[in-house]
Design a protein around this ligand. Structure first.
Ligand code: ADP
Ligand code: GLC
Length: 486
C-alpha cells in the first residue's frame, strides 16, 4: 500500500515548544503513525525556539503577504526527529514570551492573525500549492489540532484551492475556542459566504474552533468519555449543539504516551531505574525527591502533583485539603504554575507545613520525571480532562493516579474498589465530583491502601502492566485517515 501523506498542523510540539499535553501528542503522532504506513509532516509556527532548533532549514516557499505578513516556509528535520515544516513569519512569531501570550501572560492581541495565517498556510500546503524543485508537494489529508490549527479546515472549504483534501480537527480542550471580534473577518481572506452559521461565524464573531468543527470531514477528541461529555452543556461549553449535530463524525481516540521518553526502566532522569519486578528501587528515588523538596524523610505516602495550577485541574480544591492530607500522614511535592490565587494558597500551605509540603512554581520537564519515579501517588482532581497524560505517566511509573472520574481519567484508571481489588485489576483511585469532601475521602482511601503494603504493590504492578503506548491509538488514527481518503 502506498504511504499516506498527512500534514499535521499545531501550535506546539515536543521537543520544540510545549505548554501542555497537546505538545506531547503532536510530537508523538508521527512515530505513532509510521508503523501504519502514514508519513506525517508537522507544520509549526516559527517561534524563536523553533527557528533556533531548525537551524537554517531549506526555504521551500515564500508569501509576499500571508494575511498581511510576509512569510517563508522552511523544511527540515530535527536529529532523529520527524519531518518539519516551519512557517517563518517574523511579524507574527518572532517575539519574547509564550506561544499565545506575552511575558506578563496577556494574550497576544493579534492571535487571530497568527493562527489564521497558520491555518491558511496549512490549507495551501496540504493541497499541493507549494511547488518544490518543479514538483508539487502533495498531501492526502490534513490533520489540525485545537483552535490554533482549526482554521485550516475552513480555508480548505472556502478558499479556492487547486485540489481539496479531507481535513480532521482534533479537540484537545473545549475550554479554548479562539473567539475573535467580527471586525477581523474582512482580513481573513475568506469569501463572504464563510460568514455563516455553518461557517466561521460564532456568537457574532469568529469562532476558530467552531469553524474547524463545522468544516472538517471528521472531528476527534482525545478520549471516548470526553467525546460523549462534550455533547452536554457542562462540557460542550457552548459547542455541544454543533458536536451533537455532527453525530458520528465526532469520535474519541485516546492519547498514548511516548514509551521511549516515559519508561522507568530507561529513564536517565531517575536516581534509580526500575521495572515492575524491582519496585523496591523506587525508594532511592523517593529519598532523592524528599531531599530535593526539603521534605522530612518518612515511609509514609508521598503524594505528587505535576500540573497547570488552574480551575480545570481542580487545584483550588486541592489547595483547600492540604491540612487534611498532612493530618492523615501524607506529604506532598508539587510542581506547577498557573493562576496567581492558587499559587498563593499553595505557598501559604507550604509555609504552614514545612518538611511536609514542598512546592516548585515553575516548569521543569526533568523534575517531573524524578517526581513520577519517586512519588507514591499522583493527584489529578480535574473538573474536566479531555484525556490527561500525567495519569498515564503515573501508571507507567507505578506512581498511582488518584483521579476524578471524568474524560480520559475515567477511561484509563481502574478504581481500587473492593470488587476491582478482588478481581486483581485495580490501577488507582477514582472519585466522583470535585469537592473538598470527595477529595478528602479519596485521600483517606488512598492512605488506607498504601498502608497495606502487599495490596499497594499489587496495584502498582497492575498499573505498570497497562499498555497506554500509541500502538492501539496509532492504528485508530490510521484507520480514520484511510476511511477519509479511500
Ligand atoms: P494539559 O495539557 O491539560 O495541561 P495533560 O495531562 O494532557 O494536561 O498534559 C500536561 C503535560 O504538561 C504533561 O506532559 C505534564 O507532565 C506537563 N506539565 C504540566 N505542568 C508541568 C510543569 N510545571 N513542569 C513540567 N511538566 C509539566
Ligand atoms: C489538553 C487537555 C488534556 C489532554 C491534552 C492532550 O491540554 O487538557 O486533557 O491530555 O490536551 O490531548
Amino acid at each position: 500500500m502506498a504511504p499516506l501523506k498527512v500534514l499535521s498542523v499545531a501550535s506546539e510540539a515536543v521537543p520544540l515548544v510545549k505548554t501542555g499535553g497537546l505538545a506531547d501528542v503532536v510530537g508523538a503522532l508521527p512515530a505513532a503513525l509510521e508503523p501504519h504506513g502514514v508519513e506525517m509532516t508537522t507544520l509549526l509556527p516559527g517561534y524563536p525556539a523553533v527557528m533556533q532548533a531548525l537551524g537554517r532549514g531549506r526555504a521551500v516557499h515564500a508569501w509576499d503577504s500571508l494575511l498581511g505578513a510576509p512569510a517563508r516556509l522552511l523544511a527540515g528535520k530535527l536529529d532523529g526527529g520527524y519531518p518539519l515544516l516551519v512557517l517563518d513569519a517574523p511579524a507574527l512569531y518572532a517575539r519574547e514570551g509564550g506561544p499565545y501570550s506575552d511575558v506578563a501572560g496577556r494574550d497576544w492581541p493579534d492571535n487571530w492573525r497568527r493562527f489564521a495565517a497558520l491555518g491558511r498556510a496549512a490549507a495551501e500546503i496540504a493541497c499541493g500549492a507549494i511547488v518544490q524543485g518543479g514538483e508539487a508537494r502533495h498531501f492526502d489529508l490534513l490533520h489540525a489540532h485545537d483552535w490554533q490549527g482549526a482554521m485550516a479546515a475552513a480555508y480548505l472549504r472556502y478558499a479556492p484551492m487547486n485540489e481539496r483534501v479531507p481535513a480532521i480537527v482534533t479537540i484537545h480542550n473545549m475550554a479554548f475556542q479562539g473567539w475573535f471580534d467580527r471586525e477581523v473577518f474582512a482580513q481573513l481572506g475568506l469569501p463572504a459566504s464563510a460568514w455563516a452559521i455553518d461557517g466561521v461565524e460564532y456568537h457574532g464573531g469568529i469562532g476558530m474552533l467552531k469553524a474547524g468543527l463545522s468544516c472538517a470531514d471528521a472531528v476527534t477528541t482525545v478520549s471516548p468519555t470526553y467525546a460523549r461529555e462534550i455533547r452536554s452543556t457542562t462540557f460542550g461549553m457552548g459547542l455541544e449543539g454543533l458536536v451533537a449535530a455532527r453525530g458520528n463524525a465526532v469520535r474519541g481516540i485516546l492519547n498514548g504516551i511516548d514509551t521511549d521518553l516515559w519508561n522507568p526502566a530507561g529513564d536517565t532522569a531517575l536516581t534509580a531505574r526500575y521495572t515492575n519486578r524491582t519496585l523496591e528501587r523506587r525508594l532511592l528515588n523517593k529519598r532523592a525527591l524528599e531531599a530535593e523538596f526539603g521534605l522530612a524523610e518518612s515511609d509514609g505516602p508521598l503524594f505528587i502533583v505535576v500540573s497547570r495550577l488552574t480551575w480545570q485541574k481542580g487545584m483550588d480544591v486541592l489547595s483547600g485539603v492540604i491540612d487534611h492530607l498532612v493530618g492523615i500522614g501524607g506529604r506532598l511535592a508539587l510542581l506547577g504554575a498557573g493562576e496567581a490565587s492558587i499559587e498563593q494558597a499553595l505557598r501559604a500551605a507550604a509555609a504552614r507545613h514545612p518538611e511536609r509540603i514542598g512546592i516548585r512554581i515553575h516548569y521543569d520537564e526533568q523534575l517531573s520525571h524524578r517526581m513520577l519515579g519517586g512519588g507514591d501517588a499522583i493527584l489529578i482532581p480535574s473538573r474536566f480532562e479531555p484525556c490527561g497524560l500525567t495519569q498515564l505517566y503515573g501508571l507507567a511509573y507505578g506512581c498511582l493516579p488518584v483521579v476524578s472520574r471524568t474524560g480520559g481519567l475515567a477511561d484509563t484508571v481502574i478504581d481500587a474498589n473492593p470488587a476491582a481489588l478482588a478481581a486483581g485489576c485495580a490501577t488507582g483511585v477514582q472519585f466522583d465530583g470535585v469537592s473538598y469532601d470527595a477529595l478528602i475521602s479519596a485521600l483517606t482511601r488512598t492512605v488506607a491502601l498504601y498502608d497495606q503494603h502487599q495490596v499497594w504493590r499489587r496495584i502498582q504492578k497492575n498499573a505498570m502492566k497497562c499498555d497506554f503506548s500509541w500502538k492501539a491509538s496509532g492504528a485508530s488514527y490510521a484507520d480514520l485517515y484511510r476511511s477519509l481518503t479511500a
